[in-house]
Design a protein around this ligand. Structure first.
Ligand code: PRP
Length: 216
């Protein structure tokens, strides 16, 4: 039996996703050892391999077939724009992609002014401003703590993830517009989806059955 390889966005998401897989009988004991420096984990019995990667690299591993299946946030899928199939919403890591800033920036958006937009997600920001809002803006790529940008005068607004809203509240910023809903998704390599259709769809339908049973 050929191995099916999973790439998981490391961190909280991977831990939650592994817990969901465990509920449908897919386990990987050696992955639970938090001290391990191993990069790839194997379940010989089920013919599965797992590795953890930086979230933004997960779609790359899946597009090139180095992983058959990826588990990663929709924010990363949209930003990376890789060729892959998005097959299942795990319903974990729910949050929203939003335009945020001080209340005073609201009218700059309404008047379609040429403003600066800071974001870890320049492609999502560009797509939304140019193709949805039809507003010309200057996009500035940042790598973290994006909420700083409007506070220190780098940009008028930001495009970022809002989960609890605590970071915005504690820094005097607001959600000015919602762009889209986000959550963790299962993505599949396009060739793997054909070659391993039965095994992959079996995993997805078990996850779906489990989720449906919980909702009832
Ligand atoms: C994310 C996001 C926001 C924050 C939102 O940042 O970019 O800053 O979480 O969460 P909240 O609405 O619950 O406050 P992350 O913690 O990943 O760190 P980073 O900003 O350094 O990327």
């Amino acid at each position: 039996m050929r191995y099916i390889t999973f790439a998981l966005a490391k961190g909280r998401l991977a831990r939650k996703a592994m817990a969901m897989l465990e509920e449908i009988g897919i386990t990987c004991e050696e992955m639970k050892d938090e001290k391990t420096r191993k990069l790839i984990f194997v379940n010989e019995e089920l013919g599965l391999k797992f590795f953890l990667a930086k979230a933004s690299d997960v779609p790359t591993y899946v597009e090139y077939g180095a992983a058959d299946v990826g588990i990663v946030g929709r924010d990363t899928i949209l930003e990376e724009g890789r060729k892959l199939y998005e097959v299942y919403d795990l319903g974990i890591g729910k949050c929203k992609m939003c335009i945020c800033g001080p209340e005073s920036a609201r009218e700059l958006l309404q008047n379609h002014e040429l403003i600066r937009v800071a974001s870890k997600y320049p492609h999502i920001a560009k797509d939304y401003f140019y193709n949805v809002k039809h507003q010309t803006v200057e996009i500035i790529k940042l790598n973290g703590s994006v909420e700083l940008a409007p506070i220190v005068g780098l940009s008028e607004v930001i495009v970022d993830i809002v989960e609890t809203g605590a970071t915005l509240r504690e820094n005097g910023l607001q959600v000015l517009e919602e762009i889209c809903d986000l959550s963790a998704r299962i993505v599949v390599n396009q060739v793997s989806m054909k070659m391993e259709k039965t095994r992959i769809t079996d995993i997805i339908s078990k996850l779906r059955q489990k989720a449906d049973a919980l909702e009832v």
